[in-house]
Design a protein around this ligand. Structure first.
Ligand code: PAF
Length: 282
């Protein structure tokens, strides 16, 4: 398996092989890989002649220094997991210096308002960090297709918007959420949960499923109130936000429209660990 830490070496290698490759698939990650990431790799492997994965904990997208410091870094285990999908996958695991050249700051982006909702509201600067790193990685890897998980649905919409506005020649492909058997959405942050917290986190998905059921007959405001009440009674989870929004604009649903697609978005804290999840409502 080829592992690159240096972007110039990766660029030179990809330039030499891309002459004979019909397409490059790319899976950007921050490591601590789980089944969800592996499903993105499999999707890329099926549909492209070359697959590249990046493993980089991007400092500019963290608005909380404790979250950045505690973010799991497990390169060796990640490489072993990638090998279970294919030995031919190319790994790019750069240092902060290799990406930011001593200037670790984000570029400002205008995502047509998508950045002001939900995660953008509670994590100021987060999406500028995401836009900065994804754009840089696209410039380095020059992928034909790039794969993102739908758990970070807002990020997926933001990346699609950036690609469109910056006219980047890459297809952005969203892939379904992978869940643990109890329904907890797979996430690198789950590694920080205790066994009990992991079990209790089933509550998150159960609440989302219930909101989906309620939304069939109730308004977005009524469903939101129900969810907020359910969380006030819960001993472990602290609700940061629950929002029913239009999938395309991410604007809150005030009055339901039959022609729009809606989604529920949730962010909670358990013992200082932040978890997010989402479900399609119609
Ligand atoms: O979803 C993630 O893991 C990150 O936000 C991404 C897209 C790899 C950018 O750092």
């Amino acid at each position: 398996m080829l592992i690159f830490n240096n972007q110039n070496e990766l660029v030179a290698y990809l330039a030499s092989v891309s002459k004979t490759a019909s397409s490059i698939g790319f899976v950007p990650t921050m490591g601590a890989l789980h089944e969800g990431h592996l499903s993105l790799l499999k999707e890329s492997e099926t549909n492209n002649s070359i697959t590249v994965i990046s493993i980089f904990v991007n400092p500019t997208q963290f608005n909380n220094s404790e979250d950045l410091a505690k973010y799991p870094r497990t390169l060796e285990a990640d490489v072993a997991k990638i090998k279970t999908v294919s030995d031919d996958i190319i790994v790019y695991a750069p240092s902060v210096e290799d990406i930011y050249h001593g200037n670790t700051i984000s570029e400002p982006f205008d995502f047509d308002g998508l950045e002001h909702q939900m995660e953008g509201q509670f994590r100021p600067g987060h999406f500028n960090g995401v836009g900065t790193i994804v754009k840089r990685l696209f410039e380095i890897v020059k992928p034909t297709n790039a794969y993102f998980g739908e758990k970070d649905f807002q990020q997926l919409q933001i990346v699609k918007k950036m690609t469109e506005k910056e006219k980047l020649p890459v297809n952005i492909i969203g892939c379904p959420i992978f869940r643990e058997p109890n329904g907890l959405a797979m996430s690198s942050r789950n590694e920080r949960l205790s066994d009990t917290e992991r079990k209790e986190a089933a509550f998150l998905y159960k609440t989302l499923q219930m909101s989906q059921k309620l939304f069939a007959t109730k308004s977005a405001a009524e469903v939101t109130l129900w969810v907020q009440k359910a969380f006030t009674k819960h001993p472990t989870f602290e609700l940061e936000y629950f929002q029913i929004a239009d999938e395309a604009t991410l604007l809150p649903c005030i009055r339901k429209s039959k022609t729009k697609k809606y989604r529920a978005f949730i962010a909670v804290f358990v013992n200082n660990i932040r978890l997010i999840d989402t479900i399609s409502l119609n």
